[in-house]
Design a protein. Sequence first.
Lengths: 247, 321
Amino acid sequence: MDAGIVAQARESRLWYPCGMNSTQDKPDDLLPKIIPLSDAAVLLKFGEEISLEINQRVHHAFRLLKVNPIPGILSMIPAYCTLMVQYDPVLNKSGDIIEALSLLIRIHMISGEPMQGKVIEIPVIYGGDAGPDLDFVASSHQLDPEEVVAIHTSRLYPVYMMGFMPGFAYLGGVDDRIATPRLASPRQQVVSGSVGIAGSQTGIYPLESPGGWQIIGRTPLKLFDPDRDPPSLLSPGDLVRFVRLDG
Amino acid sequence: MADHNFIQVLDPGVLVTIQDEGRLAYQSFGVPVSGAMDWFALRVANRLVANPSHAAGLECLAGSILLECEEDVLVAGAGCGCRLVVNDEEYPLWLAVRVRGGMQFGLKPSGEAGCWGYLAIAGGIAVPPVMGSRSTFLRGKFGGLKGRALQAGDLIPLGHPVENIHLLAGRNFSPAALPGYANHVVVRVVESAQAANFSTEDWNTFCSQEYQVSGQSDRMGYRLAGALPLSLANADVISEGMLPGIIQVPGNGQPIVMMSDCPTTGGYTKIAAVARADLPLLTQVEPGTGSVWFRKVSIPEAEVAYRQIVLGIDQFIEEEG
Protein backbone atom coordinates (compact mmCIF):
# COMPACT_ATOMS: atom_id res chain seq x y z
CA MET A 1 0.00 0.00 0.00
CA ASP A 2 1.12 3.53 -0.65
CA ALA A 3 1.27 4.56 2.99
CA GLY A 4 1.85 8.16 1.96
CA ILE A 5 -1.49 8.46 0.21
CA VAL A 6 -3.39 6.95 3.10
CA ALA A 7 -1.65 9.15 5.62
CA GLN A 8 -2.37 12.22 3.51
CA ALA A 9 -5.99 11.31 3.12
CA ARG A 10 -6.33 10.72 6.82
CA GLU A 11 -4.72 14.08 7.56
CA SER A 12 -6.66 16.17 5.10
CA ARG A 13 -9.92 14.17 5.19
CA LEU A 14 -9.87 14.47 1.41
CA TRP A 15 -11.63 11.23 0.62
CA TYR A 16 -12.83 12.26 -2.81
CA PRO A 17 -10.10 13.43 -5.14
CA CYS A 18 -12.59 14.70 -7.72
CA GLY A 19 -13.82 17.46 -5.46
CA MET A 20 -16.80 15.82 -3.81
CA ASN A 21 -16.98 16.19 -0.09
CA SER A 22 -17.70 13.54 2.46
CA THR A 23 -21.14 14.83 3.37
CA GLN A 24 -22.52 13.76 0.00
CA ASP A 25 -24.36 10.48 0.32
CA LYS A 26 -24.36 9.22 -3.20
CA PRO A 27 -20.72 8.13 -3.54
CA ASP A 28 -20.96 6.23 -0.27
CA ASP A 29 -23.63 4.00 -1.81
CA LEU A 30 -20.98 2.75 -4.18
CA LEU A 31 -18.62 1.87 -1.35
CA PRO A 32 -18.66 -1.59 0.17
CA LYS A 33 -19.58 -2.53 3.69
CA ILE A 34 -16.62 -4.30 5.26
CA ILE A 35 -17.61 -7.16 7.55
CA PRO A 36 -15.48 -9.77 9.32
CA LEU A 37 -15.70 -13.30 7.90
CA SER A 38 -13.36 -14.87 10.46
CA ASP A 39 -10.35 -13.89 12.59
CA ALA A 40 -8.26 -13.88 9.40
CA ALA A 41 -10.56 -12.59 6.65
CA VAL A 42 -13.05 -9.84 5.87
CA LEU A 43 -15.72 -9.49 3.20
CA LEU A 44 -16.14 -6.32 1.17
CA LYS A 45 -19.85 -6.35 0.36
CA PHE A 46 -21.00 -4.24 -2.58
CA GLY A 47 -24.65 -5.28 -2.67
CA GLU A 48 -27.09 -8.11 -2.12
CA GLU A 49 -28.10 -9.18 -5.62
CA ILE A 50 -26.61 -10.71 -8.73
CA SER A 51 -26.14 -7.77 -11.06
CA LEU A 52 -23.45 -6.86 -13.55
CA GLU A 53 -23.05 -3.40 -12.08
CA ILE A 54 -22.42 -4.64 -8.55
CA ASN A 55 -20.12 -7.37 -9.85
CA GLN A 56 -18.06 -4.82 -11.80
CA ARG A 57 -17.43 -2.90 -8.59
CA VAL A 58 -16.21 -6.13 -6.99
CA HIS A 59 -13.72 -6.64 -9.82
CA HIS A 60 -12.74 -2.98 -9.73
CA ALA A 61 -11.81 -3.32 -6.04
CA PHE A 62 -10.06 -6.66 -6.73
CA ARG A 63 -7.82 -5.03 -9.35
CA LEU A 64 -7.21 -1.96 -7.18
CA LEU A 65 -5.97 -4.11 -4.35
CA LYS A 66 -3.74 -6.11 -6.68
CA VAL A 67 -2.16 -2.88 -7.94
CA ASN A 68 -1.95 -1.29 -4.47
CA PRO A 69 -1.19 -4.27 -2.21
CA ILE A 70 -1.68 -3.80 1.53
CA PRO A 71 1.07 -5.60 3.48
CA GLY A 72 -0.20 -8.72 5.20
CA ILE A 73 -2.96 -9.43 2.68
CA LEU A 74 -2.53 -13.05 1.67
CA SER A 75 -5.26 -13.66 -0.88
CA MET A 76 -8.52 -12.40 -2.34
CA ILE A 77 -11.62 -14.12 -3.73
CA PRO A 78 -13.99 -12.03 -5.86
CA ALA A 79 -17.57 -13.36 -6.03
CA TYR A 80 -20.94 -12.08 -7.31
CA CYS A 81 -21.26 -9.15 -4.90
CA THR A 82 -18.43 -9.61 -2.41
CA LEU A 83 -14.65 -9.57 -2.33
CA MET A 84 -13.09 -11.78 0.33
CA VAL A 85 -9.75 -10.53 1.65
CA GLN A 86 -7.63 -12.89 3.71
CA TYR A 87 -4.83 -11.44 5.84
CA ASP A 88 -2.14 -12.63 8.21
CA PRO A 89 -3.45 -12.00 11.73
CA VAL A 90 0.11 -12.08 13.08
CA LEU A 91 0.90 -8.93 11.07
CA ASN A 92 -2.49 -7.20 11.09
CA LYS A 93 -5.33 -6.64 13.49
CA SER A 94 -8.80 -6.94 12.02
CA GLY A 95 -9.56 -3.30 12.85
CA ASP A 96 -6.41 -2.04 11.10
CA ILE A 97 -7.11 -4.07 7.97
CA ILE A 98 -10.67 -2.76 7.81
CA GLU A 99 -9.41 0.81 8.16
CA ALA A 100 -6.69 0.39 5.52
CA LEU A 101 -9.11 -1.26 3.09
CA SER A 102 -11.79 1.36 3.52
CA LEU A 103 -9.32 4.22 3.02
CA LEU A 104 -7.84 2.68 -0.09
CA ILE A 105 -11.24 1.91 -1.58
CA ARG A 106 -12.54 5.41 -0.81
CA ILE A 107 -9.54 7.05 -2.40
CA HIS A 108 -9.46 5.01 -5.57
CA MET A 109 -12.94 3.75 -6.26
CA ILE A 110 -14.85 6.99 -6.20
CA SER A 111 -12.89 8.34 -9.10
CA GLY A 112 -11.67 6.19 -11.94
CA GLU A 113 -13.73 4.08 -14.28
CA PRO A 114 -13.92 0.36 -13.58
CA MET A 115 -11.29 -1.36 -15.68
CA GLN A 116 -12.65 -3.74 -18.30
CA GLY A 117 -11.65 -7.39 -18.26
CA LYS A 118 -10.17 -8.93 -21.37
CA VAL A 119 -12.33 -10.65 -23.99
CA ILE A 120 -11.52 -14.36 -24.35
CA GLU A 121 -12.77 -16.31 -27.35
CA ILE A 122 -13.68 -19.93 -26.72
CA PRO A 123 -13.99 -22.10 -29.84
CA VAL A 124 -16.78 -24.68 -29.42
CA ILE A 125 -17.84 -27.73 -31.40
CA TYR A 126 -21.62 -27.70 -30.96
CA GLY A 127 -23.90 -30.75 -30.97
CA GLY A 128 -23.23 -34.39 -31.82
CA ASP A 129 -21.05 -36.32 -29.37
CA ALA A 130 -19.58 -33.04 -28.15
CA GLY A 131 -23.00 -31.59 -27.24
CA PRO A 132 -25.46 -34.40 -26.47
CA ASP A 133 -28.12 -32.04 -25.05
CA LEU A 134 -28.16 -29.50 -27.91
CA ASP A 135 -31.21 -31.11 -29.55
CA PHE A 136 -33.09 -31.20 -26.24
CA VAL A 137 -32.33 -27.52 -25.54
CA ALA A 138 -33.52 -26.67 -29.07
CA SER A 139 -36.73 -28.71 -28.96
CA SER A 140 -37.70 -27.47 -25.51
CA HIS A 141 -37.70 -23.93 -26.93
CA GLN A 142 -39.16 -24.82 -30.37
CA LEU A 143 -35.90 -23.81 -32.02
CA ASP A 144 -33.53 -25.42 -34.52
CA PRO A 145 -30.20 -26.51 -33.03
CA GLU A 146 -28.64 -23.98 -35.44
CA GLU A 147 -30.66 -21.18 -33.85
CA VAL A 148 -29.52 -22.22 -30.36
CA VAL A 149 -25.91 -22.01 -31.54
CA ALA A 150 -26.53 -18.62 -33.15
CA ILE A 151 -28.05 -17.27 -29.92
CA HIS A 152 -25.37 -18.79 -27.70
CA THR A 153 -22.56 -17.30 -29.78
CA SER A 154 -24.19 -13.87 -30.08
CA ARG A 155 -23.33 -12.52 -26.63
CA LEU A 156 -20.42 -11.59 -24.42
CA TYR A 157 -20.70 -13.40 -21.10
CA PRO A 158 -19.05 -11.82 -18.04
CA VAL A 159 -17.08 -14.07 -15.66
CA TYR A 160 -18.90 -13.10 -12.46
CA MET A 161 -16.74 -15.32 -10.30
CA MET A 162 -14.79 -18.58 -10.22
CA GLY A 163 -15.28 -21.42 -7.79
CA PHE A 164 -16.87 -24.86 -7.35
CA MET A 165 -13.75 -26.46 -8.83
CA PRO A 166 -10.40 -25.12 -10.08
CA GLY A 167 -10.88 -23.08 -13.26
CA PHE A 168 -14.70 -23.14 -13.20
CA ALA A 169 -16.14 -19.76 -14.27
CA TYR A 170 -19.67 -18.65 -13.44
CA LEU A 171 -20.84 -16.96 -16.67
CA GLY A 172 -24.11 -15.10 -16.53
CA GLY A 173 -26.58 -13.54 -18.89
CA VAL A 174 -27.82 -16.41 -21.07
CA ASP A 175 -30.57 -15.32 -23.48
CA ASP A 176 -34.02 -16.33 -22.17
CA ARG A 177 -34.72 -18.01 -25.51
CA ILE A 178 -32.20 -20.77 -24.70
CA ALA A 179 -32.14 -20.75 -20.86
CA THR A 180 -32.85 -24.35 -19.81
CA PRO A 181 -33.08 -26.06 -16.40
CA ARG A 182 -30.49 -28.64 -15.30
CA LEU A 183 -30.87 -32.33 -16.20
CA ALA A 184 -33.36 -34.17 -13.99
CA SER A 185 -30.63 -36.70 -13.24
CA PRO A 186 -26.99 -35.53 -13.32
CA ARG A 187 -24.42 -37.39 -15.43
CA GLN A 188 -21.79 -39.48 -13.66
CA GLN A 189 -19.07 -38.02 -15.85
CA VAL A 190 -18.97 -34.87 -17.90
CA VAL A 191 -15.90 -34.64 -20.14
CA SER A 192 -13.56 -31.71 -19.52
CA GLY A 193 -14.14 -28.83 -21.93
CA SER A 194 -17.89 -29.47 -22.07
CA VAL A 195 -19.96 -26.31 -22.51
CA GLY A 196 -23.28 -26.32 -20.72
CA ILE A 197 -26.35 -24.33 -19.81
CA ALA A 198 -28.05 -24.33 -16.40
CA GLY A 199 -30.92 -21.89 -16.13
CA SER A 200 -29.59 -18.51 -17.19
CA GLN A 201 -25.98 -19.52 -16.55
CA THR A 202 -23.56 -20.98 -19.05
CA GLY A 203 -20.20 -22.51 -18.25
CA ILE A 204 -17.38 -24.81 -19.22
CA TYR A 205 -16.27 -27.86 -17.24
CA PRO A 206 -12.52 -27.36 -16.68
CA LEU A 207 -12.03 -30.91 -15.36
CA GLU A 208 -13.87 -34.17 -15.85
CA SER A 209 -16.51 -34.34 -13.14
CA PRO A 210 -20.09 -35.38 -12.42
CA GLY A 211 -22.57 -32.71 -13.46
CA GLY A 212 -26.14 -31.81 -14.29
CA TRP A 213 -25.79 -29.02 -16.85
CA GLN A 214 -27.30 -29.31 -20.36
CA ILE A 215 -24.22 -30.01 -22.48
CA ILE A 216 -24.49 -28.28 -25.86
CA GLY A 217 -20.87 -28.44 -27.03
CA ARG A 218 -17.21 -28.88 -26.20
CA THR A 219 -14.12 -26.72 -26.51
CA PRO A 220 -10.71 -28.21 -27.36
CA LEU A 221 -9.06 -25.53 -25.20
CA LYS A 222 -7.67 -26.54 -21.83
CA LEU A 223 -9.47 -24.31 -19.32
CA PHE A 224 -7.29 -25.31 -16.39
CA ASP A 225 -3.75 -26.65 -16.28
CA PRO A 226 -2.02 -26.74 -12.88
CA ASP A 227 1.41 -26.53 -14.57
CA ARG A 228 0.61 -23.39 -16.55
CA ASP A 229 0.93 -19.84 -15.17
CA PRO A 230 -1.70 -18.58 -14.77
CA PRO A 231 -3.29 -22.03 -14.47
CA SER A 232 -6.69 -20.83 -15.62
CA LEU A 233 -7.54 -19.61 -19.12
CA LEU A 234 -10.27 -17.38 -17.67
CA SER A 235 -9.95 -14.86 -14.88
CA PRO A 236 -12.72 -13.33 -12.81
CA GLY A 237 -13.89 -10.14 -14.53
CA ASP A 238 -13.09 -11.37 -18.06
CA LEU A 239 -15.66 -11.47 -20.86
CA VAL A 240 -16.23 -14.68 -22.80
CA ARG A 241 -17.32 -15.01 -26.41
CA PHE A 242 -18.15 -18.48 -27.74
CA VAL A 243 -17.15 -19.05 -31.36
CA ARG A 244 -18.47 -21.89 -33.46
CA LEU A 245 -15.85 -24.41 -34.52
CA ASP A 246 -16.78 -26.91 -37.21
CA GLY A 247 -16.18 -30.41 -35.88
CA MET B 1 23.85 -29.16 -6.06
CA ALA B 2 24.25 -32.74 -4.92
CA ASP B 3 21.72 -35.37 -5.89
CA HIS B 4 18.59 -35.62 -3.84
CA ASN B 5 18.38 -37.99 -0.94
CA PHE B 6 15.27 -40.17 -1.21
CA ILE B 7 13.02 -42.04 1.16
CA GLN B 8 11.03 -45.04 -0.01
CA VAL B 9 7.47 -45.92 0.97
CA LEU B 10 7.22 -49.47 2.34
CA ASP B 11 3.65 -49.31 3.70
CA PRO B 12 1.49 -46.37 2.55
CA GLY B 13 -0.90 -46.60 5.53
CA VAL B 14 -4.52 -45.50 5.14
CA LEU B 15 -4.18 -42.13 3.41
CA VAL B 16 -0.88 -40.32 3.34
CA THR B 17 -0.40 -37.14 1.33
CA ILE B 18 2.33 -34.55 1.00
CA GLN B 19 1.16 -31.25 2.55
CA ASP B 20 2.62 -27.85 3.39
CA GLU B 21 1.00 -24.60 4.54
CA GLY B 22 -1.24 -24.54 1.49
CA ARG B 23 -1.81 -22.80 -1.80
CA LEU B 24 -3.14 -19.33 -1.08
CA ALA B 25 -2.49 -17.34 -4.22
CA TYR B 26 -4.84 -19.08 -6.68
CA GLN B 27 -8.10 -19.04 -4.76
CA SER B 28 -9.55 -16.43 -7.13
CA PHE B 29 -9.36 -19.13 -9.85
CA GLY B 30 -11.29 -21.59 -7.69
CA VAL B 31 -8.17 -23.45 -6.48
CA PRO B 32 -8.67 -24.62 -2.86
CA VAL B 33 -6.04 -23.84 -0.23
CA SER B 34 -5.35 -27.49 0.73
CA GLY B 35 -2.37 -27.81 3.12
CA ALA B 36 -2.08 -29.59 6.45
CA MET B 37 -5.33 -30.07 8.38
CA ASP B 38 -3.50 -29.44 11.67
CA TRP B 39 -1.29 -26.48 10.80
CA PHE B 40 0.21 -26.38 14.29
CA ALA B 41 1.47 -29.98 14.26
CA LEU B 42 3.15 -29.69 10.85
CA ARG B 43 4.74 -26.37 11.76
CA VAL B 44 6.21 -27.65 15.04
CA ALA B 45 7.48 -30.84 13.36
CA ASN B 46 9.18 -28.70 10.71
CA ARG B 47 10.78 -26.41 13.29
CA LEU B 48 12.10 -29.38 15.31
CA VAL B 49 14.14 -30.52 12.31
CA ALA B 50 15.15 -26.92 11.44
CA ASN B 51 12.95 -26.71 8.32
CA PRO B 52 11.30 -23.42 7.35
CA SER B 53 7.61 -23.23 8.26
CA HIS B 54 6.59 -23.59 4.61
CA ALA B 55 8.41 -26.92 4.14
CA ALA B 56 6.34 -29.91 3.07
CA GLY B 57 5.87 -32.98 5.26
CA LEU B 58 3.70 -36.09 5.29
CA GLU B 59 0.14 -36.00 6.60
CA CYS B 60 -0.90 -39.48 7.72
CA LEU B 61 -4.55 -40.33 8.40
CA ALA B 62 -4.78 -42.41 11.59
CA GLY B 63 -1.03 -41.92 12.10
CA SER B 64 0.12 -44.77 9.90
CA ILE B 65 3.06 -44.94 7.46
CA LEU B 66 6.27 -47.00 7.07
CA LEU B 67 9.31 -45.68 5.19
CA GLU B 68 12.94 -46.52 4.59
CA CYS B 69 15.81 -44.12 4.05
CA GLU B 70 19.02 -44.65 2.11
CA GLU B 71 21.08 -42.13 4.08
CA ASP B 72 20.83 -40.77 7.64
CA VAL B 73 17.88 -38.41 8.18
CA LEU B 74 16.55 -36.36 11.09
CA VAL B 75 12.80 -36.76 11.55
CA ALA B 76 10.09 -35.54 13.92
CA GLY B 77 6.55 -36.83 14.41
CA ALA B 78 3.64 -34.64 15.50
CA GLY B 79 -0.13 -34.64 15.71
CA CYS B 80 -2.33 -37.06 17.63
CA GLY B 81 -3.03 -40.75 18.09
CA CYS B 82 0.34 -42.13 17.05
CA ARG B 83 4.02 -42.64 17.90
CA LEU B 84 7.19 -42.39 15.91
CA VAL B 85 8.79 -45.78 15.20
CA VAL B 86 12.38 -46.45 14.12
CA ASN B 87 13.22 -50.12 13.47
CA ASP B 88 10.40 -51.25 15.79
CA GLU B 89 11.58 -48.99 18.59
CA GLU B 90 8.95 -46.43 19.67
CA TYR B 91 9.59 -42.74 20.34
CA PRO B 92 7.22 -39.99 21.46
CA LEU B 93 5.91 -37.37 19.06
CA TRP B 94 7.25 -33.77 19.20
CA LEU B 95 10.87 -35.03 19.29
CA ALA B 96 13.68 -34.85 16.71
CA VAL B 97 15.10 -38.35 16.15
CA ARG B 98 18.07 -39.42 14.01
CA VAL B 99 17.35 -42.31 11.68
CA ARG B 100 20.39 -44.15 10.26
CA GLY B 101 20.61 -45.01 6.57
CA GLY B 102 18.90 -48.31 5.75
CA MET B 103 16.60 -48.18 8.79
CA GLN B 104 12.81 -48.36 8.63
CA PHE B 105 10.82 -45.61 10.27
CA GLY B 106 7.38 -44.07 10.31
CA LEU B 107 4.28 -43.48 12.39
CA LYS B 108 2.19 -46.12 14.11
CA PRO B 109 -1.20 -45.74 15.84
CA SER B 110 -0.89 -45.55 19.62
CA GLY B 111 -4.48 -46.34 20.54
CA GLU B 112 -5.04 -42.79 21.80
CA ALA B 113 -7.64 -40.58 20.16
CA GLY B 114 -6.56 -38.50 17.19
CA CYS B 115 -6.96 -38.22 13.49
CA TRP B 116 -3.85 -36.89 11.77
CA GLY B 117 -0.18 -37.73 12.30
CA TYR B 118 2.59 -35.64 10.72
CA LEU B 119 6.12 -36.54 9.80
CA ALA B 120 8.67 -33.83 9.02
CA ILE B 121 12.04 -34.79 7.60
CA ALA B 122 15.03 -32.45 7.70
CA GLY B 123 15.42 -30.74 4.32
CA GLY B 124 11.69 -31.06 3.63
CA ILE B 125 10.02 -33.02 0.88
CA ALA B 126 11.29 -31.75 -2.46
CA VAL B 127 8.59 -32.65 -4.98
CA PRO B 128 8.21 -29.77 -7.46
CA PRO B 129 5.78 -27.08 -6.25
CA VAL B 130 2.56 -26.68 -8.24
CA MET B 131 1.10 -23.14 -8.17
CA GLY B 132 3.52 -22.21 -5.42
CA SER B 133 2.79 -25.11 -3.07
CA ARG B 134 3.68 -28.79 -2.62
CA SER B 135 0.31 -29.60 -1.03
CA THR B 136 -1.62 -32.48 -2.57
CA PHE B 137 -5.17 -31.72 -3.75
CA LEU B 138 -6.58 -35.20 -4.37
CA ARG B 139 -9.79 -34.24 -6.15
CA GLY B 140 -7.90 -31.96 -8.55
CA LYS B 141 -5.16 -34.59 -8.98
CA PHE B 142 -2.33 -32.08 -8.59
CA GLY B 143 0.38 -31.21 -6.08
CA GLY B 144 2.32 -33.60 -3.87
CA LEU B 145 3.48 -36.74 -5.63
CA LYS B 146 1.63 -36.85 -9.00
CA GLY B 147 -1.48 -35.43 -7.31
CA ARG B 148 -2.24 -38.65 -5.45
CA ALA B 149 -1.86 -40.36 -2.08
CA LEU B 150 1.41 -42.22 -1.48
CA GLN B 151 1.72 -45.84 -2.63
CA ALA B 152 4.09 -48.63 -1.68
CA GLY B 153 7.33 -48.32 -3.63
CA ASP B 154 7.12 -44.54 -4.12
CA LEU B 155 10.44 -42.71 -3.92
CA ILE B 156 10.10 -39.31 -2.26
CA PRO B 157 12.83 -36.73 -2.92
CA LEU B 158 14.17 -34.75 0.04
CA GLY B 159 15.63 -31.26 0.10
CA HIS B 160 18.93 -30.35 1.70
CA PRO B 161 18.91 -29.98 5.49
CA VAL B 162 20.91 -27.33 7.33
CA GLU B 163 24.54 -28.25 8.13
CA ASN B 164 25.33 -30.53 11.07
CA ILE B 165 21.64 -31.32 11.26
CA HIS B 166 22.22 -34.40 13.40
CA LEU B 167 23.40 -32.27 16.30
CA LEU B 168 19.74 -31.33 16.65
CA ALA B 169 18.66 -34.91 17.50
CA GLY B 170 16.90 -34.95 20.86
CA ARG B 171 15.26 -31.53 20.52
CA ASN B 172 11.69 -31.62 21.70
CA PHE B 173 8.66 -29.36 21.94
CA SER B 174 7.59 -28.66 25.50
CA PRO B 175 4.49 -30.81 26.20
CA ALA B 176 3.13 -28.00 28.41
CA ALA B 177 2.89 -25.74 25.34
CA LEU B 178 0.80 -28.18 23.27
CA PRO B 179 -2.83 -27.26 22.56
CA GLY B 180 -5.30 -29.31 24.63
CA TYR B 181 -5.77 -32.05 22.06
CA ALA B 182 -8.64 -34.40 22.99
CA ASN B 183 -11.51 -36.26 21.36
CA HIS B 184 -14.09 -34.01 23.03
CA VAL B 185 -13.01 -30.38 22.85
CA VAL B 186 -14.20 -26.84 23.44
CA VAL B 187 -13.34 -24.68 20.45
CA ARG B 188 -13.45 -20.89 20.24
CA VAL B 189 -15.42 -19.32 17.39
CA VAL B 190 -15.93 -15.77 16.13
CA GLU B 191 -18.98 -14.40 14.33
CA SER B 192 -18.98 -14.76 10.55
CA ALA B 193 -20.71 -12.88 7.74
CA GLN B 194 -24.31 -13.95 8.43
CA ALA B 195 -24.07 -14.23 12.22
CA ALA B 196 -26.98 -11.80 12.54
CA ASN B 197 -29.29 -14.10 10.52
CA PHE B 198 -29.47 -16.36 13.54
CA SER B 199 -31.76 -15.70 16.50
CA THR B 200 -30.56 -15.38 20.09
CA GLU B 201 -32.00 -18.85 20.74
CA ASP B 202 -30.05 -20.27 17.83
CA TRP B 203 -26.86 -18.73 19.18
CA ASN B 204 -27.59 -20.12 22.62
CA THR B 205 -28.11 -23.56 21.11
CA PHE B 206 -24.98 -23.26 18.98
CA CYS B 207 -22.82 -22.28 21.96
CA SER B 208 -24.23 -24.72 24.50
CA GLN B 209 -24.99 -28.07 22.90
CA GLU B 210 -22.58 -30.87 22.16
CA TYR B 211 -21.94 -31.50 18.47
CA GLN B 212 -20.92 -34.96 17.33
CA VAL B 213 -18.41 -34.94 14.48
CA SER B 214 -20.06 -37.11 11.85
CA GLY B 215 -18.28 -40.03 10.20
CA GLN B 216 -19.07 -38.32 6.88
CA SER B 217 -16.21 -35.92 7.33
CA ASP B 218 -13.06 -35.51 5.31
CA ARG B 219 -10.36 -33.01 4.30
CA MET B 220 -13.08 -30.91 2.67
CA GLY B 221 -15.27 -30.47 5.70
CA TYR B 222 -16.38 -31.85 9.08
CA ARG B 223 -20.12 -32.40 9.31
CA LEU B 224 -21.57 -31.86 12.76
CA ALA B 225 -24.73 -33.23 14.34
CA GLY B 226 -26.42 -31.65 17.34
CA ALA B 227 -29.61 -32.70 19.13
CA LEU B 228 -31.27 -29.38 18.24
CA PRO B 229 -30.99 -28.17 14.65
CA LEU B 230 -30.58 -24.43 14.11
CA SER B 231 -33.62 -22.79 12.54
CA LEU B 232 -33.13 -20.68 9.45
CA ALA B 233 -35.65 -18.80 7.35
CA ASN B 234 -33.43 -19.18 4.32
CA ALA B 235 -30.23 -21.19 4.31
CA ASP B 236 -28.95 -19.92 0.98
CA VAL B 237 -27.00 -16.75 0.30
CA ILE B 238 -25.41 -15.52 -2.92
CA SER B 239 -22.14 -17.46 -3.26
CA GLU B 240 -19.19 -15.70 -1.65
CA GLY B 241 -15.58 -16.48 -0.79
CA MET B 242 -14.73 -18.68 2.17
CA LEU B 243 -11.77 -20.41 3.77
CA PRO B 244 -11.00 -23.29 6.15
CA GLY B 245 -12.59 -22.81 9.56
CA ILE B 246 -15.80 -21.21 8.27
CA ILE B 247 -18.94 -22.83 9.69
CA GLN B 248 -21.81 -23.03 7.19
CA VAL B 249 -25.38 -23.98 8.10
CA PRO B 250 -27.38 -25.64 5.31
CA GLY B 251 -31.17 -26.07 5.36
CA ASN B 252 -31.14 -29.01 7.78
CA GLY B 253 -29.75 -26.73 10.51
CA GLN B 254 -26.68 -28.92 11.18
CA PRO B 255 -23.38 -27.04 10.80
CA ILE B 256 -20.52 -28.00 8.50
CA VAL B 257 -16.99 -26.79 9.30
CA MET B 258 -14.96 -26.08 6.18
CA MET B 259 -11.55 -27.76 6.17
CA SER B 260 -8.36 -27.59 4.08
CA ASP B 261 -9.76 -28.86 0.76
CA CYS B 262 -13.01 -26.85 0.94
CA PRO B 263 -14.25 -25.07 -2.20
CA THR B 264 -13.19 -21.43 -2.44
CA THR B 265 -16.78 -20.18 -2.56
CA GLY B 266 -19.95 -21.26 -0.81
CA GLY B 267 -23.61 -20.39 -0.81
CA TYR B 268 -24.82 -21.51 2.63
CA THR B 269 -25.35 -19.17 5.56
CA LYS B 270 -22.16 -18.68 7.57
CA ILE B 271 -22.83 -18.44 11.29
CA ALA B 272 -19.29 -18.42 12.65
CA ALA B 273 -15.64 -19.25 12.02
CA VAL B 274 -13.41 -21.44 14.16
CA ALA B 275 -10.60 -19.35 15.68
CA ARG B 276 -7.37 -20.16 13.84
CA ALA B 277 -5.76 -20.88 17.18
CA ASP B 278 -8.26 -23.70 17.83
CA LEU B 279 -8.63 -25.16 14.34
CA PRO B 280 -5.90 -27.77 15.13
CA LEU B 281 -8.00 -29.03 18.07
CA LEU B 282 -11.06 -29.55 15.91
CA THR B 283 -9.17 -31.25 13.06
CA GLN B 284 -7.87 -33.87 15.50
CA VAL B 285 -11.33 -34.87 16.79
CA GLU B 286 -12.12 -38.31 15.34
CA PRO B 287 -15.08 -38.26 12.95
CA GLY B 288 -17.61 -40.82 14.20
CA THR B 289 -16.54 -40.84 17.87
CA GLY B 290 -15.51 -37.32 18.88
CA SER B 291 -17.46 -34.18 19.69
CA VAL B 292 -17.10 -30.43 20.04
CA TRP B 293 -18.63 -27.54 21.95
CA PHE B 294 -18.36 -23.96 20.67
CA ARG B 295 -17.52 -20.88 22.72
CA LYS B 296 -17.97 -17.47 21.14
CA VAL B 297 -15.15 -14.94 21.56
CA SER B 298 -14.41 -11.53 20.06
CA ILE B 299 -12.12 -11.20 17.05
CA PRO B 300 -9.42 -9.38 19.07
CA GLU B 301 -9.42 -12.24 21.59
CA ALA B 302 -9.05 -14.82 18.80
CA GLU B 303 -6.27 -12.78 17.19
CA VAL B 304 -4.31 -12.60 20.44
CA ALA B 305 -4.66 -16.36 20.95
CA TYR B 306 -3.39 -17.04 17.42
CA ARG B 307 -0.47 -14.63 17.74
CA GLN B 308 0.59 -16.21 21.02
CA ILE B 309 0.63 -19.69 19.49
CA VAL B 310 2.48 -18.69 16.33
CA LEU B 311 5.06 -16.51 18.04
CA GLY B 312 5.50 -19.04 20.86
CA ILE B 313 6.42 -22.03 18.70
CA ASP B 314 10.16 -21.39 18.58
CA GLN B 315 10.27 -20.50 22.30
CA PHE B 316 9.03 -23.88 23.38
CA ILE B 317 11.58 -25.94 21.48
CA GLU B 318 13.97 -27.36 24.04
CA GLU B 319 17.46 -28.67 23.34
CA GLU B 320 18.30 -32.15 24.54
CA GLY B 321 19.08 -32.50 28.24
